[in-house]
Design a protein around this ligand. Structure first.
Ligand SMILES: Nc1ncnc2c1ncn2[C@@H]1O[C@H](COP(=O)(O)OP(=O)(O)O)[C@@H](O)[C@H]1O
Ligand SMILES: [Mg+2]
Length: 342
C-alpha cells in the first residue's frame, strides 16, 4: 500500500480538535522467540471522543496493545484503523506526531527547558516560533503550571507531579485527535495522583479527545473512564462497558475479583446527588453541594448520624433532601450511563 502522510489523513480531522474513532480488528502480537502471543485476537471499536480505560494485571498485554496503535510495536497480524484509516498505510513517524503519548516514566528531554519540551512536536511539524510559544503558554496554563515560573526551568527542577503535568501538556501540544496514556499517574503519591486525575477529567471535558488510558488500578478506571475494558492474560477482553454497568453487572468472577469489595459504594461515586429523588428540605440537617455525588451524601449522613442530608446550590439555596432509602433506591432506578463526575 502506498504511504500517505498523516497530514493528509489524521491531522485533517484534528481541524475541529475533537477525537476520532479507533478500531482494532483481530490484532495479535507475538514477540520473537515467545511461544505464546502477548496479545491474542484483540478486537475493539472506540467511538470518537471516548475515554477508554484498559485495566488488568501486570503482564496481561495492556502496554503491547496500546503501543500497536501508534506503531511503536508492529502487530503480527490484524488491522488497526484510526478515523477509518489503516495506520499501517501511514508513515510511523508522521503517525506519532498526531497521537499524543504519555507514559509513567514521563520521558521529558532532560537538557531541554519545560517550554522546549512542550514545543517539541509543534517544532517538528514546522510551526513558527510565535505560534509555538503561544501554544506552550496556553498549555502550561491549562495544566496549572504558571508559564512565568516554569517555562524556563529544566525537568529536574520540577516535582514528579509537575513533571507529569508537563508530560500531558507535551502530548497535547499539536492538538492530536488521539491520546495514548500508559499508567501516566502511576508513579505519583496518592494525593498528587488524585489531583492529577481531577485536572485530567476537567481537561477532557473540554477537549474531548479519543483516549486509551492504561491502568492497573480499578478505582482509577472507574473514576476516569467513559468505558472500561477489563483485560486478562494475552489482552483478552473479559468485559467492555461503562463503569456503572460493570459495577452493577460484572460479567464473571474474574471481573468481580477486580472490582473487589464495596461495589455499591463505588457505584455511588458515579451518581450525582441531583439524579436522586429529593425529599423536602430538612431543618437543621447538614448540607451537601449539588455538584457532589451520592457517595459524598452518604458520607455526610454516616458522619452526622441523622436521617437526612440537604442538597444545596452553590449560593446556598436548599433544593431538597436525601435519606438513606433514597440513596439506595437510586442504585436501582438511575440509568447506568453517567459520565464521570468532575
Ligand atoms: N519486547 C518484548 N519481548 C518479549 N516479550 C515481551 C516484550 N514486551 C513485553 N513482553 C511480554 O508480553 C507480555 C505483555 O506485556 P505488556 O504488554 O508489557 O503487559 P502490561 O502492560 O499489561 O504489564 C508479558 O508477558 C511481557 O513479558
Ligand atoms: Mg504496561
Amino acid at each position: 500500500m502506498p504511504e500517505v502522510t498523516a497530514n493528509e489523513t489524521i491531522s485533517a480531522l484534528a481541524g475541529e480538535h475533537r477525537g476520532v474513532s479507533i478500531e482494532l480488528d483481530a490484532v495479535t502480537k507475538t514477540y520473537p522467540g515467545q511461544p505464546q502471543s502477548a496479545v491474542a485476537d484483540f478486537s475493539m471499536r472506540i467511538e470518537p471522543g471516548q475515554l477508554v480505560m484498559f485495566v488488568g494485571p501486570s503482564g496481561c498485554g495492556k502496554t503491547t496493545t496500546m503501543k500497536m496503535v501508534n506503531r511503536i510495536i508492529e502487530p503480527s497480524s490484524g488491522s488497526i484503523r484510526i478515523d477509518e484509516k489503516d495506520v499501517l498505510s501511514i508513515n510511523p513517524h508522521e503517525l506519532r506526531r498526531h497521537i499524543g503519548y504519555v507514559i509513567q516514566q514521563i520521558g521529558l528531554f532532560p537538557h531541554m527547558t519545560i517550554a522546549e519540551n512542550v514545543g517539541a512536536v509543534p517544532r517538528l511539524l514546522g510551526w513558527d516560533k510565535a505560534r509555538t510559544a503561544a501554544r506552550v503558554e496556553e498549555l502550561l496554563t491549562t495544566v496549572q503550571l504558571d508559564p512565568r515560573t516554569f517555562a524556563h526551568r529544566f525537568p529536574r527542577q520540577l516535582s514528579g507531579g509537575q513533571q507529569q503535568r508537563v508530560g500531558v501538556a507535551r502530548a497535547l501540544a499539536a492538538d492530536p485527535p488521539v491520546m495514548l496514556m500508559d499508567e501516566p499517574f502511576g508513579a505519583t503519591d496518592p494525593i498528587t495522583r488524585e489531583k492529577l486525575q481531577a485536572e485530567f477529567l476537567r481537561l477532557q471535558a473540554t477537549i474531548g479527545k479519543t483516549i486509551i488510558f492504561v491502568t492497573h488500578d480499578f478505582d482509577e478506571a472507574i473514576r476516569l473512564g467513559d468505558r472500561i475494558a477489563v483485560l486478562s492474560e494475552r489482552s483478552q477482553i473479559e468485559q467492555f462497558d461503562t463503569p456503572a454497568k460493570i459495577l452493577a453487572n460484572p460479567a464473571n468472577d474474574y471481573v468481580r475479583s477486580f472490582i473487589g469489595s464495596g461495589s455499591a459504594l463505588k457505584r455511588l461515586t458515579l451518581i450525582p446527588v441531583t439524579s436522586a429523588e429529593l425529599g423536602p428540605k430538612a431543618e437543621g440537617a447538614p448540607c451537601v453541594d449539588e455538584g457532589a455525588t451520592l457517595r459524598d451524601a452518604l458520607d455526610l449522613l454516616v458522619l452526622n448520624g441523622g436521617d437526612r442530608v440537604n442538597v444545596s446550590t452553590a449560593d446556598g439555596r436548599v433544593t431538597g433532601s436525601l435519606t438513606h432509602a433514597a440513596i439506595s433506591a437510586s442504585l436501582d432506578t438511575v440509568a447506568a450511563e453517567h459520565r464521570p463526575v468532575v
